[in-house]
Design a protein around this ligand. Structure first.
Ligand SMILES: [Cu+2]
Length: 329
């Protein structure tokens, strides 16, 4: 469609317009603002709709969600009705300990009026899960302008160039996880990290000593934050971390990372963490961690996060986590 317009302009000899058209060429398609997504991360997939259908205003945008983009929630937009079509996933996904088999498979923004002269974005929050790095997740889009329909649904064959497609489906390229949604799943090669991290004040309570407490700064769009520390049990009796609370989060869960089929997943430890007599237990990225849910204000580097740990024997212990960078440094 754009090709035809360009041809016309060329014939008319409007060189300036032509070059503007070419420069904007790559963005003339319906596409994602961020074209990459990290494995096992929650993202805001932001679709850009740059124009209507041959001059007509866009009235509806339908987006099919691919397998591996799960727990999806669209952002409502003023002036548009929202329809979410739910269905079965092909696989079962772990949502912080809950097994999830169904969810949104298509989102429709309807009865809107987006002039061909304007640009707008349509946002879906979702989690990229169980997808191998290097995979291109295609989100076929149907753009409707009253009676006119534009289907953005072409997908390049493996290794093919999507640039040559006339109406390519918007694509998210999945990349290997380093900065995960809550940062705590960063590479496993972080053994020395807690020691290197500027530790908060060590806290002693009974036989327990807690040191090296930190949280990671949360990246924009991250709904949850990770927290870490080391507990040493100098006593003769076993203890157990039962629960954690914080005034800055609606809920604090105790999590563990497990790698299965080369995919890292999180699991909530509802029974907490055993701190055996004479043992030292480290909560660290890629392993055991605290997960802050319903965080009121995203953690920023330099902030502090107060928490109260409840142990079976030692009772309640107040601790302050220092917020380091999103990489935990
Ligand atoms: Cu977690």
């Amino acid at each position: 469609m754009k090709t035809i317009e360009t041809q016309t302009i060329k014939t008319l000899g409007l060189a300036a317009l032509l070059s503007a058209c070419v420069a904007a060429g790559a963005e003339a398609h319906v596409s994602f603002l961020d074209k990459e997504a990290t494995q096992e991360s929650t993202i805001l997939a932001t679709l850009q709709v740059p124009h209507g259908c041959d001059g007509k205003a866009t009235t509806e945008v339908r987006v099919k969600l691919p397998e591996g983009f799960v727990f999806a929630k669209p952002q409502p937009k003023a002036g548009w009705e929202l329809e979410v079509i739910k269905g079965d996933y092909q696989k079962t996904y772990d949502n912080h300990g809950d097994k999830v088999k169904t969810g949104a498979v298509e989102v429709r923004w309807k009865n809107g009026d987006l002039s061909d002269d304007f640009y707008d974005t349509f946002v879906i929050q979702g989690r990229v899960s169980g997808v191998e790095a290097g995979t291109a997740l295609a989100f076929p889009v149907t753009q409707m302008c009253g009676e006119a329909v534009e289907a953005w649904d072409q997908v390049a064959k493996d290794g093919g160039d999507s640039h040559s497609l006339k109406s390519p489906a918007p694509i998210l390229k999945v990349v290997a996880g380093e900065d995960h949604d809550h940062g705590d799943m960063a590479s496993m090669d972080m053994t020395g990290m807690s020691a290197a991290a500027p530790a908060g004040e060590a806290v002693k309570a009974g036989d327990l000593e807690i040191s090296g407490a930190f949280a990671k700064a949360m990246l924009p769009g991250q709904p949850v934050g990770g927290g870490f520390f080391t507990v040493k049990n100098d006593g003769k009796t076993d203890d157990r971390l039962l629960s954690v609370s914080s005034p800055v989060a609606g809920e604090v869960q105790i999590h563990e990372m497990v790698t299965k089929d080369n995919v890292m997943r999180m699991r909530q430890l509802k029974d907490g963490i055993a701190i055996a007599a004479g043992e030292t237990v480290k909560l660290e990225p890629g392993n055991l961690h605290l997960m802050f849910q319903k965080v009121k204000t995203p953690f920023k580097q330099g902030d502090t996060v107060p928490v109260t740990l409840t142990f079976e024997k030692a009772g309640k212990i107040d601790l302050v986590l220092q917020v380091l960078s999103a990489q935990g440094k």
